[in-house]
Design a protein around this ligand. Sequence first.
Ligand SMILES: *[C@@H]1O[C@H](CO)[C@@H](O)[C@H](O)[C@H]1NC(C)=O
Ligand SMILES: *[C@@H]1O[C@H](CO)[C@@H](O)[C@H](O)[C@H]1NC(C)=O
Ligand SMILES: *[C@@H]1O[C@H](CO)[C@@H](O)[C@H](O)[C@H]1NC(C)=O
Ligand SMILES: *[C@@H]1O[C@H](CO)[C@@H](O)[C@H](O)[C@H]1NC(C)=O
Ligand SMILES: [Zn+2]
Length: 502
Amino acid sequence: MKPSSLLILVFLSQATAFDVIREAFKLIDENVNPCDNFYRHACPLRSIKGRYIEDAYGSKLFKLKAKTAEAVWNNLAIQETFERAHYKEFPSLHIFIAKLFQKQCETEHVTTEEKGKFLELIQETWFNHKNSECVYSECLGALASDRNCTRASELLESKLYYRPWDEFTTTLRVFFIQTQNNLEGINAILDDDLREGVSNVKNIVETMKKKLLTWIQQTPWVINNEAIESIMAEAEQVHHYDNFAKTFRYNLNLLLKLEQSYLKCLRDLDDTEKFRVFCMLAATNNIDFKKISMDFFTFYNAVNGHPNLYFSHLFYDMAKNVESPAALLGSVGFIAGHELSHSLIEDANQPELIPYFSNDSMQCIQNQYQTTCDSFKETSCGANDNQIDENGSDILGIQLAYSLFEDIYSERKKDEYIQLRYNNTITNEQMFFYSLAFISCKGEPGTQSEMDPHSPWNIRINAVVQHPGFRDAFNCDVNSPMVQSFNDQCVIFGEKAPLTRK
Ligand SMILES: *[C@@H]1O[C@H](CO)[C@@H](O)[C@H](O)[C@H]1NC(C)=O
Ligand SMILES: *[C@@H]1O[C@H](CO)[C@@H](O)[C@H](O)[C@H]1NC(C)=O
Ligand SMILES: *[C@@H]1O[C@H](CO)[C@@H](O)[C@H](O)[C@H]1NC(C)=O
Ligand SMILES: *[C@@H]1O[C@H](CO)[C@@H](O)[C@H](O)[C@H]1NC(C)=O
Ligand SMILES: [Zn+2]
């Protein structure tokens, strides 16, 4: 074993830890042979209501939410205004503002100066001008001196252009969700002290990356197409993102600045619902919404935002508390491998990030998923044909995870990990494959959602276990339904990958 492929995981304080994978063995249906339908053997239909992981972590997540109910980021005045406003009852944005000006203008005792201040805010909000600077028809100041408020507001309306509320409210909703998810996600890591889990996941990603880099260099189709440098460069860019301090500071600052400018705006205006709504608009004016990414979150997901990889705090919890490295690699390891692979799996007909992708590999993946879909379809399966990404990332992902598993266990693959109820022994290698099914376990029949590029989980798991390690671990008969559904192993990178010439 090369030192570069050594995986060092930190395991501490196992005594009280909640091991979500160990718990999952209660799901298994021993009446279904793993070689008949592995996914439904490990995760029986209707064994649980939703998704196993979400169920298992339900109360933990609930407590976490309750704890941050009082947090400053969950109690912003501007967000309260945002959520309470009756947008459906408002005319479109520009008319709303013009009418609001008319109302202010018609109010007794309102001075020209006060009107001027409001117009200046409108000018800044609408045209993005700073410090009352303006250009030609975008200068609103003179309207303050018109004593005919109807005329002034009509003129104002004509200077503003049509904007629907939806566009604004949708963006702002996403903004609140993303910033708060970041803060909640980081809070969850710190509150539960999951930092060693974070470094375990980082370690897994880095180890897989090194492995992938050696595989790329040995790959015949990569060599034949003179793509080694560019594909390696692509893989080298990928990183597990873990800068909590940076994300925390950035997101909290953004929210607090937003709150401040909202409150400052209100100081100059009447505290009525409509002015509050106006100040909310004015405050959001300077946010660059494109700069917000979701780096941390508490819901069950992982994301490749190339070059950064992001993981739910639930994976960090697992990476700290799942006791067996085999179980960890089959669960978090598979997900990490899948996300990393997203940067390297392409549609051979139109690669995006890398210059070339093997058509033979693509066809192999597609055929395997199609065969699995034909053999194990429940309600429906058959993801969008143009989407090689998800199917391919699963196949490469499990190869990376299994390879790390082999490095750690070598001769101990077949050693017993635990004994089950009916005196059934589970080996380390079986444990690896069970973990795959457990983290993806859903009780409802597998259904292809049209919007989702992912195949249903029953298909994904039964397809990726085409890996030779599976047959070996469960001693599956050549005639068993699982083995019958396996096509040739799809090796994407490595010596045994296809030649695929230009
Ligand atoms: C104010 O302006 C409106 C619209 O331009 C006009 O119809 C109205 O007669 C004006 N009112 C007065 C008192 O001049
Ligand atoms: C890819 O392979 C398939 C099946 O072997 C073949 O029909 C198709 O023409 C190939 N596409 C390219 C771009 O080589
Ligand atoms: C992905 O998997 C589905 C089966 O769920 C299959 O129908 C589809 O053809 C596959 N797509 C590709 C591009 O591999
Ligand atoms: C379980 O296995 C152990 C060791 O192999 C054996 O001694 C024991 O009798 C078995 N128990 C049952 C209930 O089969
Ligand atoms: Zn994916």
